[in-house]
Design a protein around this ligand. Structure first.
Ligand SMILES: [Zn+2]
Ligand SMILES: [Zn+2]
Ligand SMILES: [Zn+2]
Length: 452
């Protein structure tokens, strides 16, 4: 594959999913999720405590993670933003905008003059003089006497009426329905109008069950798989963005690349996690992407499993499908790691025996003059067939060697490519001494044959 295809760049505005991995950069968030997955806690509930600056805290999180206050809230909120936790409203707190204290007391006042000197009671109106006042103001020695005109009130409905329970301001005589509410801070004593007060919602949190499978994969097998690949010399990129031959950009969940001097391997690993079964469409998508990018080593990790028709398609397209338990088997198998001490030197052809030695050192099983039957039924002879099982993918390399007086012609390379195609080997190496003709070279490049 052309190297330029493999430039990994982060798109400027990644989709939501792309940020998923960021969660795990915070080990504390991870630990909390592990506890929840294990069922050690079902709901993270806040406890109100007005002696604390925040006014509430999460006892479980504080004791489990050994952190306090704001830090806990930041972690919980980031997990909720990633839809890993589901917040549930618990309580609304109000906060003093001056000092952030949650210790506030409502204070009612007159909406006209702002005075707090107001009283609530039955309000009477004297028709004769239009005086309006609290019942208390009229009561005098067991009778109702109007405090303004000093006449006695006689019969309700005829010379006075009750306006009901209302408020009256003792400073400006305003009669009103609703007092203005202000908040007195018990810490800094400042008085804040209701519309200037800060409100804070406090939530309890539950694990989002629809993401349970995904989380379980992210936390356990995935890091192990990445470690497994790294130990085998692969460079691993998560959520690699790669431009395909069509020009479209694709994201591969895990891209593992390794150049062992002879062949450059690229493994596309897709991860599909579904509620019930992974559907055919998901496999199509993955296969299309890999094809467009030009990667033929394809692994699809599926949780929980594949539908039958998807399974058939996957095997037809040579996609290695791993369910989590298969993956666990692979990871536990302790497949051979590349032997230490082998230098990463670029290969330079000197002789066939030197090439074979080079391959063996790198853990390949080497067969010379291998007789292999192709899909057409024809028998083919390969100069060298090198096979290596690196635990997760079995690599087959077809190697053709041509030593001649003058540059090797197209037909030789063409024949070699044909054979490899019929056998179904996609990693192809052609050694030409003294070299290839121009057309042969172009052909080799197009057919992704590595030439030495
Ligand atoms: Zn009166
Ligand atoms: Zn007033
Ligand atoms: Zn305050």
């Amino acid at each position: 594959m052309p190297e330029s295809n493999l430039t990994k760049n982060t798109p400027p505005d990644p989709p939501d999913e792309a940020q998923d991995t960021i969660v795990w950069e915070d080990e504390r968030a991870m630990k909390l999720v592990v506890e929840m997955l294990a069922g050690n806690i079902v709901e993270i509930r806040p406890q109100l405590d007005f002696d604390r600056q925040l006014g509430f805290f999460y006892p479980y999180v504080e004791s489990t993670l050994g952190i306090k206050g704001e830090e806990v809230v930041t972690i919980l909120e980031s997990l909720a933003n990633k839809e890993i936790l589901i917040p549930k409203f618990f309580e609304k707190l109000i906060r003093c905008p001056q000092c952030q204290s949650v210790n506030l007391r409502p204070s009612t006042s007159c909406p006209r003059c702002g005075s707090g000197n107001i009283a609530r009671g039955r309000i009477l109106e004297h028709f004769v003089c239009k005086f309006v006042g609290l019942e208390d103001e009229f009561v005098s020695k067991g009778r109702y006497i109007c405090p303004k005109c000093k006449q006695e009130l006689r019969a309700i409905g005829s010379d006075y009426q009750s306006l009901g329970l209302l408020y009256k301001c003792r400073d400006c005589d305003n009669v009103f329905n609703q007092p203005m509410i202000k908040w007195r801070c018990l810490k800094c004593s400042s008085l804040t109008a209701e519309d200037k007060i800060n409100e804070v919602n406090v939530y309890s949190y539950n694990l989002n069950d629809s993401r349970r499978s995904w989380l379980e994969f992210e936390l356990q097998p995935k890091p192990q798989l990445i470690e497994f690949l790294k130990q085998r010399g692969y460079e691993v990129t998560e959520r690699a963005t790669i431009k395909g031959r069509s020009g479209a950009e694709h994201t591969i969940d895990i891209l593992a690349t390794r150049d062992d001097g002879i062949v450059s391997y690229n493994i596309a690993i897709g991860v599909k996690i579904a509620g019930d079964e992974v559907a055919l469409n998901d496999i199509f998508d993955f296969d299309d992407k890999a094809y467009d990018i030009g990667i033929h080593d394809k692994i699809l990790v599926v949780v929980p499993g594949l539908r039958r028709e998807a399974e058939k398609f996957a095997s037809l397209q040579k996609i290695k499908v791993l369910e989590v338990r298969d993956l666990e088997t692979v990871l536990a198998s302790g497949a051979p790691k590349p032997s230490e001490g082998i230098k990463k030197e670029p290969f330079e052809f000197k002789s066939k025996s030197q090439l074979i030695e080079y391959l063996k050192q790198r853990g390949y099983q080497v067969e010379e003059n291998a007789e292999v039957q192709g899909r057409s039924g024809a028998m083919h002879n390969l100069d060298i067939l090198a096979t290596k099982d690196d635990g997760i993918v079995v690599h087959h390399i077809a190697i053709g060697i041509e030593v001649a007086e003058k540059p090797v012609d197209l037909d030789k390379v063409f024949d070699f490519d044909d054979k490899a195609y019929d056998i179904g080997i996609l990693d192809k190496v052609f050694v030409a001494v003294p070299g290839l003709s121009r057309e042969a070279r172009q052909f080799a490049q197009r057919q992704k044959i590595r030439v030495f």
